[in-house]
Design a protein around this ligand. Structure first.
Ligand code: ADP
Ligand code: MG
Length: 478
């Protein structure tokens, strides 16, 4: 009995450590705003990089034509053909190819020649040889942009290491490979996946001012006034605004609720040992940098945080019998499994039993132990969703759209201004409880009246279709 009490005490401690009452979330909101200002003031002024994108015009729904997009930065390389017109946008065709391992370590010419050949094949099959087409290039690595269609690679992530590409203009390199292959297609927009998501959201709804991705990783971008981008004095844009890529996975604040398990996770990912499961999550975390906000929110990590808690419970109590060893391997509990545990609504938690048995090799758990496991997964989920909500309100507050400023409250008395945030990502889209917690926190932070003016809208394939739309906007402009 005493040992059961120990498990319950660990649960209580964890719950308290993860607590996110509204007052605390508001502190996170304010810290986010402070960091946004600092990141806009100078390069390196904040953990938030606040990268300039040079995207100063977003699709409006009036674009027309056929555009291509490629998405590079995951395990697979994708190419899309997108038909735009009469307010509708459809992906008419798509190909997906794995990138041969050796190409991620060779030269940039080898990689981009592979891309060019694949694209040439695709384009010639769809539109014939001579058609001139604009290309949106989603390149999900850190890039210092110099225009909407050019930018130099800061460094590789996700296991790529092509030395001769660092510091080079990746759009220009790709254009050279495309020209070399005889293909009449040029990059007119070089973007990050969040920017593509914002573009697609804006295409459907012009009140869209920001985009958030909550998938394996997490990031956000939004439309900033050019004159607020202090680090780039005299920045002139046609619209008076520019999309800023926050790279918010890096965000850190002492107000974030941090537990001993988060510290263990840091240690684990820094001293990567060999005794881990070769799961997708493990491979992804190995390839991603170690980030603060991202580690509490995104899909790579949530399951692992829960596993760390369960492992400690197994060591210090007898709730899992003698299965403690089976819980000791990092990354054996994926975030989709954590979601399935939390969403098991069967009276005897039979899905939880199955997952514990099949995935964690813990047989025959009594119902009350299964309830404990559900609770742990709930706490991890709730904290993640509520912190993501605070991040979103941080952006709204920076934009004066969270209902807290004088100007906006004055406005509230008249016609309330509608704000739309485009959102995408496997975690957000695949996990309804996460969405509920996020919505609930938005209301708690901003109040019901203001929260009603804010809509989160899911887009489909912003990193593909959105990039094609940006190619459209920025090719007709020239
Ligand atoms: P990326 O950030 O690489 O674009 P995705 O948007 O494709 O990633 O999201 C994939 C991630 O979403 C996975 O790593 C997984 O952790 C999470 N995920 C996918 N499906 C679910 C689900 N049903 N429940 C919870 N998390 C999920
Ligand atoms: Mg993605």
């Amino acid at each position: 009995r005493a040992r059961w009490r120990r498990a319950v005490a660990l649960l209580r401690e964890f719950e308290e450590g993860c607590a996110t009452p509204p007052a605390r979330l508001r502190q996170v909101v304010d810290a986010m705003v402070v960091e946004m200002h600092a990141g806009l003031a100078s390069d390196g002024g904040s953990k938030l990089k606040m990268l300039l994108t040079f995207v100063d015009a977003l699709p409006t729904g009036n674009e027309e034509g056929i555009y291509y997009a490629i998405d590079l930065g995951g395990t697979n390389f994708r190419a899309l053909r997108v038909e735009v017109g009469a307010g509708s946008v459809v992906t008419s065709r798509e190909v997906e190819l794995p990138i041969p391992e050796e190409l991620t370590k060779g030269t940039i010419e080898e990689l981009f020649n592979f891309v060019a050949v694949a694209l040439k094949d695709f384009v010639e099959r769809e539109d014939g040889k001579d058609e001139q087409k604009a290309l949106g290039f989603t390149f999900s690595f850190p890039v210092r942009q110099t225009s909407v269609s050019s930018g130099s690679l800061i460094r590789w992530t996700k296991g790529f290491s092509i030395e001769n590409a660092v510091g080079k203009d990746v759009a220009q390199c790709l254009n050279e490979s495309l020209a070399g292959s005889g293909l009449n297609v040029r990059v007119t927009a070089l973007v990050n996946d969040t920017v593509g998501t914002l573009a697609l959201g804006h295409y459907h709804d012009e009140d869209t001012v920001a985009a958030v991705i909550i998938g394996a990783g997490t990031n956000a971008c939004y439309i900033e006034r050019s004159d607020a981008i202090i680090k780039c004095q005299g920045l002139l844009t046609n619209s008076g605004g520019m999309v800023v890529n926050m790279e918010w996975g890096n965000f850190w604040s002492s107000h974030l609720p941090r537990t001993p398990y988060d510290i263990s996770l840091d240690d684990e990912t820094q001293n990567r040992n060999d005794q881990v499961a070769l799961s997708v999550e493990y491979l992804l975390q190995y390839l991603y940098p170690w980030l603060g906000f991202e580690k509490m929110i995104s899909g790579i990590y949530l399951g692992e945080i829960a596993r760390l808690v369960l492992h400690r419970m197994a060591l210090e109590s007898d709730v899992f019998g003698d299965a403690a060893d089976n819980l000791s391997t990092p990354f054996t509990l994926s975030t989709p499994l954590l979601a399935a545990i939390r969403e098991d609504d069967s009276p005897d938690l039979s899905e939880v039993r199955r997952i514990l048995q099949e995935h964690l090799k813990i047989p025959d758990t009594p119902l009350k132990t299964r309830r404990l496991v559900v609770k742990v997964c709930d706490i991890v989920t709730r904290r993640a969703a509520r912190l993501a909500a605070a991040g979103i309100v941080g952006i709204l507050k920076k934009l004066g759209r969270d209902g807290s400023g004088v100007a906006s409250s004055g406005r509230m008395r008249g016609q309330p201004r509608r704000t739309v945030v485009a959102i995408e990502g496997g975690l957000y889209q695949g996990y309804p409880v996460f969405r509920e917690y996020l919505d609930e926190a938005l209301v708690e932070i901003m109040g019901e009246e203001v929260a009603r003016t804010v809509a989160l809208r899911v887009t489909e394939d912003g990193s593909g279709v959105g990039a094609a739309l940006l190619a459209a906007v920025h090719s007709s402009n020239r």
